[in-house]
Design a protein around this ligand. Structure first.
Ligand SMILES: [Zn+2]
Length: 293
């Protein structure tokens, strides 16, 4: 089960996630290339952090539309879990010189949509530019430009091999309104000094120790001091979860109309629909479609 912790300090709020199981499930379902799962896993992890406080029927969706080989990615989360899909999961690129997956070029440049359906009449749709393709930077950019919230975000997906995720997750720290300048300076210094999320996981860190590291003021003489005290408000488990069912696909299939359904039945003997998010297949025979034929 993947895990999330979130909380606050005087000047900021934070979320940290361990999404290894979610990204592993996404890899199993979508058969992504190593570079594609590195990109998709980052987007899924970001959506988990951004959806940390969703309640009831609230839904948050992140959609990237870019000019790289990956083309489109979608991650959507509600209180029951997160799910997503990639338009070209098999797209891949050679690793960069430093051995890291070339996520930036696989994603490319384009648009990020942040859609929040909070049960109001109209969902909120934030539109932002993807200028780096590296995902974490692009989401931080969204927060600064669309929500006027200075945000530090780091994401990492580390693979054991093509089919196994070693670790995945990240952290996000957002400044509260009127945050003190001194805290911002300390935080920036801190973020610049610590290793990547994947390296921290490899070093055996869990979310709590990562959080402590982020707030540690790195005072050699007095090793137990923090930039400021923090409080964990919530800890929860999250999973990859698709809520599709046969009824929903039935309603979709019948919109094809009598003529087209007859044609498909004639040719294939059944009408089949596949869920983008979980790969589950739903098959409808003539007798299932009696209502419209
Ligand atoms: Zn599904």
């Amino acid at each position: 089960m993947s895990r999330l912790i979130r909380g606050v300090s005087k000047n900021a709020r934070f979320v940290l996630v361990d999404t290894k199981d979610i990204v592993q499930e996404a890899l199993n379902i979508h058969k992504c290339s190593p570079t594609a799962i590195s990109a998709f896993g980052r987007l899924l992890s970001a959506s988990v952090m951004m959806g940390a406080t969703l309640k009831g029927e609230d839904v948050l969706t992140l959609r990237t539309m870019t000019d790289g080989p990956l083309s489109t990615m979608v991650a959507t989360i509600n209180k029951d879990g997160v799910k997503g899909y990639v338009s070209n999961p098999e797209a891949d690129l050679p690793a960069k010189e430093n051995g890291q997956p070339d996520v930036q070029n696989l994603v490319g440049r384009g648009t990020l949509n942040v859609i929040k359906d909070l049960g109001l009449k109209e969902p909120y749709v934030g539109i932002s530019t993807i200028t780096s393709g590296e995902i974490a930077y692009d989401i931080a950019y969204y927060f600064v430009t669309s929500e006027q919230t200075p945000t530090v975000i780091a994401l990492g997906v580390d693979l054991e091999n093509e089919t196994t995720v070693r670790s995945a997750g990240g952290y996000m720290i957002q400044l509260l309104p009127d945050a003190e300048e001194s805290f911002i300076v300390e935080l920036e210094r801190k973020i610049g000094a610590i290793r990547s999320v994947s390296e921290l996981f490899r070093g055996g860190m869990n979310l709590e120790s990562m959080l402590h590291l982020l707030y540690d003021d790195m005072n050699d003489e007095n090793p137990e001091t923090l930039i400021e005290n923090y409080e964990i408000l919530e800890e929860k488990e999250i999973k990859y979860n698709c809520n599709c069912d046969r009824e929903k696909f039935y309603r979709g299939v019948i919109t094809l109309g009598k003529t087209q359904l007859e044609e498909i039945l004639e040719e294939k003997g059944e009408v089949e629909a596949e869920c983008h998010f979980c790969g589950k297949r739903y098959s409808f025979k003539r007798e299932d479609l009696g209502e419209v034929l």
